[in-house]
Each structure stands twice: as C-alpha cells, then as structure tokens.
Design a protein around this ligand. Sequence first.
Ligand code: DAH
Length: 341
Amino acid sequence: MAYPIDAMREAALRALDEVRSSESLVAWRVAHLGRHSPLMNFLGDLGSRPVAERPAAGSAANQAKQALEAALSVKEEALRLQELEHALASEKLDLTLPGRPPQRGRLHPSSQVLRRILAIWAEMGFQVYRSREVESDEYNFQLLNFPPHHPARDMQDTFYTTRAGVILRTHTSPGQVRVMRERCPEPIRVVLPGMCFRYEQVTARAEAQFYQVEGLAVGVGITLANLKATLADFARRMFGASVRVRFRADYFPFTEPSAEMDIECFICGGSGCPVCKRSGWLEILGAGMVHPTVLSNGGYDPRRYSGFAFGMGPERIAMLRHGITDIRAFWANDPRFLEQF
Ligand code: DAH
C-alpha cells in the first residue's frame, strides 16, 4: 500500500538533488526534516489515524526520516569537499604569511653541560656508571674513609632519614666503592653522574640539590702523572685546546694526595675579572689518588693497584659559562630562565 509518505520522501530526495550550496542545504533541512515539515506533521498526526494503520504508517515514516537523514549527511560531506575544492582553486593562498611558531622545548642547562661532559669522557674511554641517590652512611662516608664523627663530615651537611643509616647521598663518591666491588679485580674507567643532596641553607650560592660527575680509574701502575694528564686533556676538550690548568693541594678523606684543578679564566683569559674574582683562575674540580683504604674497601689490594678519582659540578660549570649568578634558578622551573639556553 502506498502511503503519502512515499511521495513525500521522493519529493524530498528530488529536492536534495537540486541543492548546490550549504545555504540551500540548510533551507532543505528546515523544509523536509524541520518541525513543520510534511514528514514531521505526518508523524505528529499518527495518533489521529485508525489504530490498525498506525504501526505500518509509523514505521514507514521512521524509515523515510532515516533515509532523509542519511542522504543529508552524504550531501553535506559532498558539499563540504566541493566548497573546499572551489576555495582552493579560486582563492589565493598567501604563502608569505608567517606561521605561528610552535613552542619548542630544549635541554635544561645542567643537562646540556652534563651531556657534554659525559660525551668527552666517553671519547676518552670512560663508561657511564649509574649509582643510587639513596645511600647508606657506610657507603657515603665510612667506606670513603670518613669514620663516624670525623670532622670532614662537616663539609657535607646531610639529609638523614627516619631509618637508621639511610641517607641521601651528599656526593657521587660512594659510587666509587660500589663500582669497585662490582668490577674487582678488573681495571676501571668510569664516570658516575647524578644528583646529590645536602642539607643546605639555600642561597644564591648553595642549593639543596645539584649534579655531580664523579670519575674513577683503577688499575695497575696508575700514577699522579696519569691523573694530571687525563684531567688536563679533559679541560682542553671541554674549554678549548689552549686552556691552561693548574693543580693546588687540597684535602679529601678518600684521596691521598688530593688536589683541586683550576682552569685559566675563560671570561678574561687570565688577566682577572669579577667572575674569577680577579685571580685569573676558575676552580673546576676536586681530584686525587684513591686512598689505599678506599681501594681495599673496594676489594683491590693497594700494594698492587692504584687509581685516581675526581669530582665536578655541572651547575658550577654552567654558571661560569653563562654568567649565571644565582644557583636557585636551576630548579626554580621558571621558563624565562630556561628559555635562555
Ligand atoms: N666528593 C667531593 C665533594 O663532593 C668531590 C671530589 C673530590 C670527588 C675529590 C673526588 C675527588 O672523586 O677525588 O666535595
């Protein structure tokens, strides 16, 4: 049985065929699927039909509605493509219009210096060894020849935990004993980068956390001459082939003898400026020959083996390099600082 609904549907689909623009598509939707369209009126009037006719009429009307909606969305997509093609063909695209620059991230200044340092040591044959940040008092101090209550502990204010003997490492040196115990009796050439923690009053010059890069070479016949040559070579690779270095005697419990290495100030070339405090030299790292006690704590017989060690701070190098005067900027997470590097 043909309902007027079939005629309505045919008429609507024919009208849709004639639609050529999205404006007339809107008008078509109002006319054929809108609240006052013949189809909606038909659906609204269902109740006034004889009961027997209602199910068939209702289902025919719903099918027609679905068919029109489906045809509408096909048409919509076709028009959208057509209009896009038309716009591309007829409108001029201004290729000279500057785009919106995307916000690009970059490496933190500490990471930049850290990577440079590790790359240089890698070229010189030193592996990276990662050691833990949560340490025991034993590894952080005792095995490095700082006995309990030794005054040298005062140099490194410590974060203790509620668990006895568990602390945050104050330096990367405890990794020396860990790597020795793991590798003994093999020769060792490693660098140990990582975060260190000290219970400091935070000021422009002191932070409670900072990176260090430790170095360790252990083997047969390693001498102070090897230490000096290796660290001078590192300085030339890091700061330039013509940089001069000097060593000054110092004290660390875990090395004997101990030294600080300075490089000629790269800001003023050695003539004296505010960065080098008019001395012409910049302190870059601590170093020394591994103390016999530390060697045996690592499992190496100090009568047969010797070694050298060193420790440096990437933030300090970054501060000298970039003229950063406040160490708190490193972990303050302010993009205005970070964007500059
Ligand atoms: N651990 C020392 C510190 O944090 C730095 C250091 C000095 C490391 C001399 C060494 C070294 O390996 O030989 O102050």
